[in-house]
Design a protein around this ligand. Structure first.
Ligand SMILES: [Zn+2]
Length: 265
């Protein structure tokens, strides 16, 4: 099979593997992974991702941004990140915006601890990332789960963002229908093999809107307990989708690869 017909790992924190990252990329290519969308946490992380993407052109597609599940940086740091991204876009570099989104888990933690949590600056930052992606015609990798997915849809619709990926989606049917209408994508991690909350989603999401990812090095459980998370695990995700949909594995692999190209290339 050509690389065009292979499953991608559409969301992996490659730079967080440290010195292991280059060999992980090599193994992924040998294992038949088409491409890796390498997402970033902040400016320093984006710089490390950019260096990895430069080492593996055509294999590692970089995504730059600020992960929402952490305290916000000051205004100067945010300006530095946007200036850095603008300059790269201006030079014609092909990249995605991500990982960006909303701090669902931080908000939950604050609520459980009885602490106040101001979501407004996170919503404003997401709006700015979506506006940037839409203006530059770049894909955007979103961390926006449960009710936050609807807020991300608001931003995408407001700015007419054509290409968006709700990574490790969790949410209701109404939001899912909205994502499908928008022409956007949702991805599945290896947890779809064993997690009782994720498994039913395999039937609810149309194949044409699905992507596979690992979110590595995030560790998985079930059959993956104690194992390093590897982009090659996306082949298992494709198999799980094929089983859930009652479709041949080849069809699923080809469709997932086509979806990834449409979203990210
Ligand atoms: Zn992630």
């Amino acid at each position: 099979m050509t690389s065009a017909g292979m499953v991608w790992d559409t969301h992996v924190h490659l730079e967080r593997y440290g010195e292991r990252a280059p060999s992980l990329v090599g193994e992924s290519v040998s294992a038949g992974v088409g491409r890796l969308v390498a997402v970033s946490m902040d400016l320093a992380s984006s710089e490390r991702t950019a260096a990895l993407a430069a080492s593996f052109p055509g294999v590692v597609l970089p995504a730059y941004g600020f992960h929402p599940e952490q305290p916000l940086p000051d205004a100067a740091a945010l300006e530095a990140l946007f200036a850095w991204m603008e300059a790269r876009a201006e030079r014609g570099e092909r990249f995605a915006v991500g990982e960006v989104g909303l701090p669902y888990y931080s908000r939950q933690e604050a609520a459980e601890a009885g602490r106040a949590f101001d979501e407004a600056p996170y919503l404003a930052l997401l709006d700015r990332f979506v506006a940037f992606a839409a203006r530059r015609g770049l894909p955007i990798a979103l961390h926006a789960v449960y009710e936050d997915a609807g807020k991300a849809c608001d931003a995408l619709e407001r700015h007419g963002a054509a290409r968006a990926h709700f990574h490790w989606f969790k949410g209701d049917d109404e939001t899912l229908a909205r994502i499908v209408r928008g022409g956007w994508y949702v991805s599945f991690t290896p947890d779809c093999l064993y997690d009782p909350e994720t498994r039913p989603l395999l039937a609810r999401v149309p194949l044409e809107r699905m992507l596979a990812e690992t979110d590595g090095p995030w560790p998985f459980e079930g059959p993956y307990a104690g194992r390093e998370t590897h982009p090659a695990m996306t082949a298992d995700v494709a198999r799980a989708i094929a089983a859930a949909k009652g479709l041949p594995e080849d069809t699923v692999v080809e469709t997932l690869a086509r979806n990834a190209r449409r979203c990210y290339e």
